[in-house]
Design a protein around this ligand. Structure first.
Ligand SMILES: O=C(O)C(=O)C[C@]1(C(=O)O)C=C[C@@H](O)C=C1
Length: 116
């Protein structure tokens, strides 16, 4: 039966839920009523959360380093950007991750040097 907790956690309203969609409290947290599957999903999610925290920390470290490079270069009379270096980075991410890599690299570069 659907509880208030389940509804307030963002689950679909009963009339929107596909037939056979689990509805218990465990399902609200993991998307399944199967205890073993829910346990494994919990373990995997803990690792995903660790990875996400690492990604955020690395993102912030990279942005700070990139800003320091830009400030150092401009203070010495250099340019704000080095487009050949940006192309190199975009190409590296594209080669590793495809089109999503290019989008990711564009976001990384923007975080470091601000919007163009
Ligand atoms: O490597 C540099 O020269 C930087 O300034 C860092 C960085 C980057 O975020 O990777 C940022 C701006 C430049 O246009 C190129 C690269």
């Amino acid at each position: 039966m659907m509880t208030d907790v389940v509804e307030s956690s963002g689950s679909l309203a009963p009339h929107d839920r596909p037939a056979g969609d689990p509805t218990g409290a465990a399902a609200a947290r993991t998307g399944t009523d199967d205890a073993a599957a829910a346990e494994r999903i919990g373990e995997i999610r803990r690792r995903i959360d660790e990875i996400d925290r690492t990604l955020v920390a690395l993102w912030q470290e990279r942005a700070a380093l990139s800003q320091e490079v830009g400030a150092t270069r401009m203070a010495s009379g250099g340019t704000r950007l080095v487009l050949s270096r940006e192309r190199e980075i975009l190409e590296r991410f594209r080669a590793e991750l495809g089109a999503d890599g290019t989008q990711l690299a564009l976001l990384l570069l923007r975080a470091g040097r601000g919007p163009l």
